[in-house]
Design a protein around this ligand. Structure first.
Ligand code: SF4
Length: 406
Protein backbone atom coordinates (compact mmCIF):
# COMPACT_ATOMS: atom_id res chain seq x y z
CA UNK A 1 0.00 0.00 0.00
CA UNK A 2 1.27 3.43 -0.91
CA UNK A 3 0.92 5.76 2.06
CA UNK A 4 -0.02 9.40 1.35
CA UNK A 5 3.04 10.50 3.30
CA UNK A 6 5.19 8.77 0.64
CA UNK A 7 3.85 11.24 -1.89
CA UNK A 8 4.69 14.31 0.13
CA UNK A 9 8.08 13.10 1.35
CA UNK A 10 10.43 15.99 1.22
CA UNK A 11 13.15 15.50 -1.34
CA UNK A 12 16.53 15.23 0.30
CA UNK A 13 19.89 14.45 -1.18
CA UNK A 14 21.09 10.91 -0.72
CA UNK A 15 24.11 9.68 1.18
CA UNK A 16 25.41 6.15 1.71
CA UNK A 17 26.08 4.83 5.20
CA UNK A 18 28.05 1.73 4.28
CA UNK A 19 25.74 -0.11 1.91
CA UNK A 20 22.56 1.50 3.31
CA UNK A 21 21.25 4.55 1.45
CA UNK A 22 19.78 7.39 3.47
CA UNK A 23 17.71 10.19 1.93
CA UNK A 24 16.37 10.71 -1.55
CA UNK A 25 13.96 7.93 -2.38
CA UNK A 26 15.68 5.33 -0.20
CA UNK A 27 13.38 3.57 2.28
CA UNK A 28 13.30 5.24 5.68
CA UNK A 29 15.70 3.35 7.91
CA UNK A 30 15.70 2.30 11.56
CA UNK A 31 18.64 2.95 13.84
CA UNK A 32 19.53 1.92 17.36
CA UNK A 33 22.52 2.09 19.63
CA UNK A 34 24.45 -0.59 21.46
CA UNK A 35 24.65 -0.47 25.24
CA UNK A 36 27.75 -2.63 25.62
CA UNK A 37 31.28 -1.28 26.07
CA UNK A 38 32.53 -0.97 22.50
CA UNK A 39 35.87 -2.45 23.59
CA UNK A 40 33.93 -5.65 24.35
CA UNK A 41 34.00 -6.81 20.73
CA UNK A 42 32.12 -10.10 21.10
CA UNK A 43 29.46 -8.69 23.43
CA UNK A 44 28.88 -5.71 21.12
CA UNK A 45 28.67 -7.91 18.00
CA UNK A 46 26.19 -10.17 19.73
CA UNK A 47 23.98 -7.17 20.46
CA UNK A 48 24.35 -5.83 16.91
CA UNK A 49 23.20 -9.18 15.47
CA UNK A 50 20.19 -9.19 17.78
CA UNK A 51 19.34 -5.59 16.89
CA UNK A 52 19.65 -6.28 13.16
CA UNK A 53 17.27 -9.23 13.56
CA UNK A 54 14.84 -6.98 15.46
CA UNK A 55 14.73 -4.44 12.62
CA UNK A 56 17.75 -2.12 12.90
CA UNK A 57 19.22 -1.10 9.54
CA UNK A 58 22.10 0.94 10.98
CA UNK A 59 23.76 0.68 14.38
CA UNK A 60 25.60 3.26 16.45
CA UNK A 61 28.30 2.43 18.97
CA UNK A 62 29.96 4.83 21.34
CA UNK A 63 33.56 5.73 20.57
CA UNK A 64 34.44 7.32 23.87
CA UNK A 65 38.06 6.23 24.25
CA UNK A 66 40.86 4.66 22.26
CA UNK A 67 40.00 1.14 23.40
CA UNK A 68 36.50 1.69 21.92
CA UNK A 69 38.06 2.81 18.61
CA UNK A 70 40.19 -0.32 18.59
CA UNK A 71 37.07 -2.38 19.29
CA UNK A 72 35.34 -0.73 16.31
CA UNK A 73 38.22 -1.78 14.05
CA UNK A 74 37.29 -5.39 14.88
CA UNK A 75 33.52 -4.92 15.00
CA UNK A 76 32.98 -3.13 11.67
CA UNK A 77 34.20 -5.95 9.37
CA UNK A 78 32.00 -8.48 11.18
CA UNK A 79 28.87 -6.37 11.62
CA UNK A 80 25.84 -7.34 9.51
CA UNK A 81 24.75 -3.67 9.30
CA UNK A 82 26.67 -0.39 8.90
CA UNK A 83 28.25 1.00 12.06
CA UNK A 84 28.17 4.66 13.13
CA UNK A 85 30.69 5.86 15.71
CA UNK A 86 29.24 8.18 18.31
CA UNK A 87 31.97 10.68 19.09
CA UNK A 88 31.75 12.85 22.12
CA UNK A 89 34.17 15.46 23.29
CA UNK A 90 37.52 14.92 21.66
CA UNK A 91 38.13 15.50 17.99
CA UNK A 92 41.00 13.01 18.19
CA UNK A 93 38.43 10.36 18.99
CA UNK A 94 36.68 11.23 15.74
CA UNK A 95 39.97 10.73 13.89
CA UNK A 96 40.45 7.40 15.69
CA UNK A 97 36.92 6.34 14.73
CA UNK A 98 37.60 7.18 11.06
CA UNK A 99 40.82 5.15 11.24
CA UNK A 100 38.84 2.21 12.67
CA UNK A 101 36.91 1.97 9.39
CA UNK A 102 33.41 2.90 10.59
CA UNK A 103 30.70 3.69 8.04
CA UNK A 104 29.66 7.04 9.55
CA UNK A 105 30.43 9.44 12.40
CA UNK A 106 28.06 11.26 14.67
CA UNK A 107 29.35 14.57 16.03
CA UNK A 108 27.61 16.78 18.57
CA UNK A 109 28.34 20.43 17.75
CA UNK A 110 27.76 21.30 21.39
CA UNK A 111 30.74 19.18 22.41
CA UNK A 112 33.49 19.57 19.79
CA UNK A 113 33.57 23.37 19.61
CA UNK A 114 36.89 24.38 18.02
CA UNK A 115 36.21 25.21 14.33
CA UNK A 116 39.69 24.04 13.31
CA UNK A 117 39.09 20.67 14.94
CA UNK A 118 35.67 20.37 13.28
CA UNK A 119 37.17 21.13 9.88
CA UNK A 120 40.03 18.67 10.43
CA UNK A 121 37.51 15.90 11.17
CA UNK A 122 35.42 16.78 8.09
CA UNK A 123 38.52 16.83 5.90
CA UNK A 124 39.67 13.42 7.12
CA UNK A 125 36.14 12.01 6.77
CA UNK A 126 36.07 13.34 3.20
CA UNK A 127 39.39 11.70 2.37
CA UNK A 128 38.01 8.40 3.69
CA UNK A 129 34.57 8.84 2.09
CA UNK A 130 32.78 8.56 5.44
CA UNK A 131 29.56 10.57 6.02
CA UNK A 132 28.91 12.50 9.22
CA UNK A 133 25.73 13.10 11.16
CA UNK A 134 25.56 16.52 12.75
CA UNK A 135 23.75 15.52 15.91
CA UNK A 136 22.43 18.62 17.67
CA UNK A 137 20.94 17.87 21.04
CA UNK A 138 18.69 20.32 22.88
CA UNK A 139 20.29 19.31 26.18
CA UNK A 140 23.85 20.12 25.09
CA UNK A 141 23.45 23.19 22.94
CA UNK A 142 26.56 25.32 22.38
CA UNK A 143 26.72 27.82 25.32
CA UNK A 144 26.98 30.84 22.97
CA UNK A 145 23.74 29.88 21.22
CA UNK A 146 22.05 29.16 24.51
CA UNK A 147 22.95 32.70 25.64
CA UNK A 148 21.98 34.26 22.30
CA UNK A 149 18.48 32.82 22.55
CA UNK A 150 17.87 34.15 26.06
CA UNK A 151 19.08 31.13 28.06
CA UNK A 152 16.51 28.90 26.40
CA UNK A 153 16.67 25.98 24.02
CA UNK A 154 14.56 27.04 21.05
CA UNK A 155 13.98 25.44 17.65
CA UNK A 156 15.79 28.42 16.09
CA UNK A 157 18.84 27.89 18.31
CA UNK A 158 19.00 24.19 17.42
CA UNK A 159 18.71 24.86 13.70
CA UNK A 160 21.36 27.58 13.92
CA UNK A 161 23.70 25.16 15.68
CA UNK A 162 23.27 22.61 12.88
CA UNK A 163 23.73 25.17 10.13
CA UNK A 164 26.83 26.60 11.79
CA UNK A 165 28.43 23.16 11.87
CA UNK A 166 27.34 22.52 8.30
CA UNK A 167 29.06 25.78 7.23
CA UNK A 168 32.36 24.54 8.69
CA UNK A 169 31.98 21.31 6.72
CA UNK A 170 31.17 23.22 3.54
CA UNK A 171 34.30 25.36 3.98
CA UNK A 172 36.40 22.24 3.46
CA UNK A 173 34.14 20.90 0.70
CA UNK A 174 32.54 18.15 2.78
CA UNK A 175 28.91 17.43 1.88
CA UNK A 176 28.05 13.88 2.95
CA UNK A 177 26.02 15.00 5.89
CA UNK A 178 22.82 14.03 7.64
CA UNK A 179 21.44 16.09 10.46
CA UNK A 180 19.44 15.63 13.64
CA UNK A 181 18.01 18.24 16.02
CA UNK A 182 16.75 16.11 18.87
CA UNK A 183 15.13 17.30 22.08
CA UNK A 184 13.33 15.51 24.87
CA UNK A 185 10.40 17.90 24.51
CA UNK A 186 8.22 16.60 21.67
CA UNK A 187 6.83 19.97 20.50
CA UNK A 188 10.29 21.55 20.51
CA UNK A 189 11.75 18.66 18.54
CA UNK A 190 8.93 18.69 15.98
CA UNK A 191 9.26 22.42 15.40
CA UNK A 192 13.06 22.25 15.16
CA UNK A 193 12.88 19.57 12.44
CA UNK A 194 10.17 21.50 10.56
CA UNK A 195 12.36 24.58 10.49
CA UNK A 196 15.44 22.58 9.60
CA UNK A 197 13.75 20.89 6.67
CA UNK A 198 12.95 24.36 5.28
CA UNK A 199 16.58 25.42 5.17
CA UNK A 200 18.44 22.28 4.11
CA UNK A 201 18.05 19.33 1.79
CA UNK A 202 20.45 17.12 3.73
CA UNK A 203 18.79 13.91 4.95
CA UNK A 204 17.31 14.13 8.44
CA UNK A 205 17.69 11.66 11.28
CA UNK A 206 14.64 11.89 13.57
CA UNK A 207 14.41 11.17 17.27
CA UNK A 208 13.09 12.35 20.61
CA UNK A 209 16.14 12.24 22.81
CA UNK A 210 16.08 10.86 26.36
CA UNK A 211 12.47 9.82 25.84
CA UNK A 212 12.65 7.63 28.96
CA UNK A 213 11.31 4.16 29.75
CA UNK A 214 8.28 2.67 27.97
CA UNK A 215 5.39 3.21 27.76
CA UNK A 216 5.88 7.00 28.10
CA UNK A 217 9.13 6.85 26.11
CA UNK A 218 7.43 4.99 23.30
CA UNK A 219 4.54 7.44 23.27
CA UNK A 220 6.79 10.53 23.20
CA UNK A 221 9.01 9.08 20.49
CA UNK A 222 6.08 7.98 18.37
CA UNK A 223 4.33 11.34 18.79
CA UNK A 224 7.38 13.25 17.56
CA UNK A 225 8.65 10.89 14.88
CA UNK A 226 5.25 9.98 13.40
CA UNK A 227 4.11 13.61 13.25
CA UNK A 228 7.14 14.50 11.15
CA UNK A 229 7.04 11.39 8.96
CA UNK A 230 3.40 12.09 8.11
CA UNK A 231 4.45 15.57 7.02
CA UNK A 232 7.03 13.99 4.73
CA UNK A 233 9.99 14.94 6.94
CA UNK A 234 12.64 12.39 7.92
CA UNK A 235 14.90 9.83 6.27
CA UNK A 236 16.08 7.69 9.18
CA UNK A 237 14.73 7.29 12.73
CA UNK A 238 15.76 6.23 16.19
CA UNK A 239 13.69 5.57 19.29
CA UNK A 240 15.81 6.56 22.33
CA UNK A 241 14.35 4.46 25.10
CA UNK A 242 15.54 3.73 28.60
CA UNK A 243 15.13 0.04 27.88
CA UNK A 244 16.73 -2.86 26.07
CA UNK A 245 17.66 -1.44 22.63
CA UNK A 246 15.85 -4.40 21.05
CA UNK A 247 12.68 -2.51 21.98
CA UNK A 248 13.98 0.55 20.11
CA UNK A 249 14.63 -1.40 16.94
CA UNK A 250 11.27 -3.17 17.10
CA UNK A 251 9.39 0.06 17.77
CA UNK A 252 11.10 1.83 14.88
CA UNK A 253 10.35 -0.97 12.50
CA UNK A 254 6.74 -1.28 13.68
CA UNK A 255 6.15 2.44 13.29
CA UNK A 256 7.40 2.45 9.70
CA UNK A 257 5.29 -0.62 8.87
CA UNK A 258 2.22 0.89 10.56
CA UNK A 259 2.61 4.09 8.54
CA UNK A 260 3.03 2.10 5.34
CA UNK A 261 6.54 3.50 4.91
CA UNK A 262 8.30 0.14 4.93
CA UNK A 263 7.22 -3.14 3.45
CA UNK A 264 5.47 -5.31 6.05
CA UNK A 265 7.74 -8.04 7.37
CA UNK A 266 6.11 -8.72 10.71
CA UNK A 267 2.64 -9.70 11.80
CA UNK A 268 0.27 -6.78 12.35
CA UNK A 269 -1.85 -8.13 15.18
CA UNK A 270 -5.21 -6.48 15.54
CA UNK A 271 -7.66 -7.44 18.27
CA UNK A 272 -11.03 -6.20 19.40
CA UNK A 273 -11.11 -4.35 22.74
CA UNK A 274 -13.55 -6.97 24.09
CA UNK A 275 -16.98 -6.20 25.46
CA UNK A 276 -19.94 -7.86 27.13
CA UNK A 277 -20.39 -10.15 24.17
CA UNK A 278 -16.88 -11.65 24.29
CA UNK A 279 -16.86 -15.44 24.38
CA UNK A 280 -13.20 -15.71 25.41
CA UNK A 281 -10.68 -13.73 27.39
CA UNK A 282 -9.58 -11.61 24.43
CA UNK A 283 -6.62 -10.10 26.31
CA UNK A 284 -5.21 -13.52 27.13
CA UNK A 285 -5.64 -14.94 23.64
CA UNK A 286 -4.21 -11.78 22.05
CA UNK A 287 -1.19 -11.89 24.39
CA UNK A 288 -0.65 -15.58 23.60
CA UNK A 289 -0.87 -14.83 19.87
CA UNK A 290 1.52 -11.89 20.24
CA UNK A 291 4.07 -14.22 21.85
CA UNK A 292 3.56 -16.91 19.24
CA UNK A 293 4.09 -14.47 16.33
CA UNK A 294 6.82 -12.40 18.00
CA UNK A 295 9.79 -14.04 16.31
CA UNK A 296 8.01 -15.08 13.12
CA UNK A 297 8.59 -12.96 10.06
CA UNK A 298 5.11 -13.20 8.54
CA UNK A 299 3.87 -10.17 6.57
CA UNK A 300 0.21 -10.60 7.51
CA UNK A 301 -2.53 -8.77 9.33
CA UNK A 302 -4.05 -11.14 11.86
CA UNK A 303 -7.18 -10.46 13.90
CA UNK A 304 -8.32 -11.82 17.27
CA UNK A 305 -12.00 -11.08 17.82
CA UNK A 306 -13.99 -11.83 20.93
CA UNK A 307 -17.18 -13.06 19.27
CA UNK A 308 -18.59 -14.36 16.02
CA UNK A 309 -21.47 -11.90 16.05
CA UNK A 310 -19.44 -8.88 14.96
CA UNK A 311 -15.87 -10.20 14.81
CA UNK A 312 -15.49 -11.51 11.26
CA UNK A 313 -17.25 -8.46 9.83
CA UNK A 314 -15.21 -5.97 11.84
CA UNK A 315 -11.97 -7.71 10.79
CA UNK A 316 -13.07 -8.36 7.21
CA UNK A 317 -9.88 -6.92 5.73
CA UNK A 318 -7.48 -8.93 7.86
CA UNK A 319 -5.57 -11.66 6.03
CA UNK A 320 -6.46 -14.10 8.74
CA UNK A 321 -8.42 -14.01 11.93
CA UNK A 322 -10.24 -15.91 14.59
CA UNK A 323 -13.49 -15.09 16.35
CA UNK A 324 -14.84 -16.94 19.37
CA UNK A 325 -18.32 -18.38 19.48
CA UNK A 326 -20.03 -21.10 21.43
CA UNK A 327 -16.73 -22.12 23.09
CA UNK A 328 -15.10 -22.58 19.71
CA UNK A 329 -12.82 -20.56 17.49
CA UNK A 330 -14.04 -19.61 14.04
CA UNK A 331 -11.15 -19.10 11.72
CA UNK A 332 -11.57 -16.76 8.80
CA UNK A 333 -9.36 -15.83 5.86
CA UNK A 334 -10.06 -12.46 4.22
CA UNK A 335 -13.47 -12.40 5.95
CA UNK A 336 -14.50 -15.91 4.84
CA UNK A 337 -15.03 -18.67 7.40
CA UNK A 338 -12.66 -21.55 6.80
CA UNK A 339 -12.60 -23.71 9.91
CA UNK A 340 -13.85 -24.21 13.45
CA UNK A 341 -11.36 -25.20 16.14
CA UNK A 342 -11.38 -25.90 19.85
CA UNK A 343 -10.88 -22.84 22.01
CA UNK A 344 -7.55 -24.04 23.42
CA UNK A 345 -6.21 -24.68 19.91
CA UNK A 346 -7.00 -21.22 18.56
CA UNK A 347 -3.52 -19.75 18.65
CA UNK A 348 -1.64 -22.76 17.32
CA UNK A 349 -4.17 -23.06 14.50
CA UNK A 350 -3.67 -19.39 13.66
CA UNK A 351 0.09 -19.92 13.48
CA UNK A 352 -0.31 -22.91 11.18
CA UNK A 353 -2.64 -21.02 8.82
CA UNK A 354 -0.46 -17.91 8.90
CA UNK A 355 2.55 -19.94 7.84
CA UNK A 356 0.52 -21.68 5.14
CA UNK A 357 -0.78 -18.37 3.72
CA UNK A 358 2.69 -16.82 3.73
CA UNK A 359 4.10 -19.81 1.86
CA UNK A 360 1.20 -20.50 -0.53
CA UNK A 361 -1.07 -17.44 -0.71
CA UNK A 362 -4.69 -16.74 0.21
CA UNK A 363 -6.25 -18.59 -2.73
CA UNK A 364 -4.44 -21.82 -1.84
CA UNK A 365 -5.56 -21.43 1.78
CA UNK A 366 -9.19 -21.00 0.76
CA UNK A 367 -8.86 -23.97 -1.56
CA UNK A 368 -7.89 -26.43 1.13
CA UNK A 369 -11.22 -26.40 2.99
CA UNK A 370 -14.94 -26.84 2.43
CA UNK A 371 -15.95 -23.17 2.61
CA UNK A 372 -19.66 -23.90 2.59
CA UNK A 373 -19.43 -26.23 5.58
CA UNK A 374 -17.33 -23.75 7.56
CA UNK A 375 -19.79 -20.97 6.75
CA UNK A 376 -22.75 -23.07 7.97
CA UNK A 377 -21.00 -23.93 11.23
CA UNK A 378 -20.20 -20.26 11.80
CA UNK A 379 -23.79 -19.26 11.17
CA UNK A 380 -25.02 -21.91 13.58
CA UNK A 381 -22.76 -20.63 16.36
CA UNK A 382 -23.68 -17.04 15.59
CA UNK A 383 -27.37 -17.86 15.87
CA UNK A 384 -26.74 -19.75 19.12
CA UNK A 385 -24.94 -16.76 20.58
CA UNK A 386 -27.67 -14.35 19.57
CA UNK A 387 -30.34 -16.65 21.00
CA UNK A 388 -28.45 -16.94 24.28
CA UNK A 389 -27.63 -13.28 24.84
CA UNK A 390 -29.99 -11.47 22.52
CA UNK A 391 -28.64 -8.94 20.12
CA UNK A 392 -28.26 -6.20 22.73
CA UNK A 393 -25.68 -7.77 25.00
CA UNK A 394 -24.06 -4.41 25.79
CA UNK A 395 -27.41 -2.95 26.82
CA UNK A 396 -27.15 -0.17 24.25
CA UNK A 397 -30.73 -0.44 23.09
CA UNK A 398 -32.04 -0.32 26.67
CA UNK A 399 -30.15 2.94 27.16
CA UNK A 400 -31.49 4.33 23.90
CA UNK A 401 -35.00 3.49 25.07
CA UNK A 402 -34.32 5.29 28.38
CA UNK A 403 -33.06 8.36 26.55
CA UNK A 404 -36.15 8.41 24.39
CA UNK A 405 -38.35 8.47 27.48
CA UNK A 406 -36.69 11.59 28.90
S1 SF4 B 1 -18.80 -7.28 19.69
FE1 SF4 B 1 -17.49 -9.11 19.62
S2 SF4 B 1 -15.79 -8.51 18.29
FE2 SF4 B 1 -16.79 -6.58 18.90
S3 SF4 B 1 -15.70 -5.90 20.76
FE3 SF4 B 1 -17.42 -7.17 21.46
S4 SF4 B 1 -16.51 -9.21 21.65
FE4 SF4 B 1 -15.12 -8.04 20.39
Amino acid sequence: MQNPSQNIRKKTRQIAVGDVLVGGEAPITVQSMTTTKTADVEGTLQQIYALAAAGADIIRCTCNDFSAAEGLAMIVPRSPIPVVADVHNQYKMALAAIASGVDCLRLNPGNIKNPEHIKAVAETAGENDIPIRIGVNGGSLHPDLYKKYGGKVTPEAMVESAMEELAYFEEVGFEKVKISVKASDVSLMVEAYRQLSEVTDHPLHLGVTEAGPPPAGLIKSTAGIATLLLEGIGDTIRYSLTADPIQEAKAGRQLLEALGLRERKNVDLIACPSCGRAEINVYEVAAKAQNAFEEKKLPLQIAIMGCVVNGPGEARDADLGIAAGNKRGHLFVKGRNVAVVKEDEMVETLVEWAEFITANGVEAALGRVDLEKAQKEAERDRAHLLAEHGDDVNGAQKRVDLIRKI
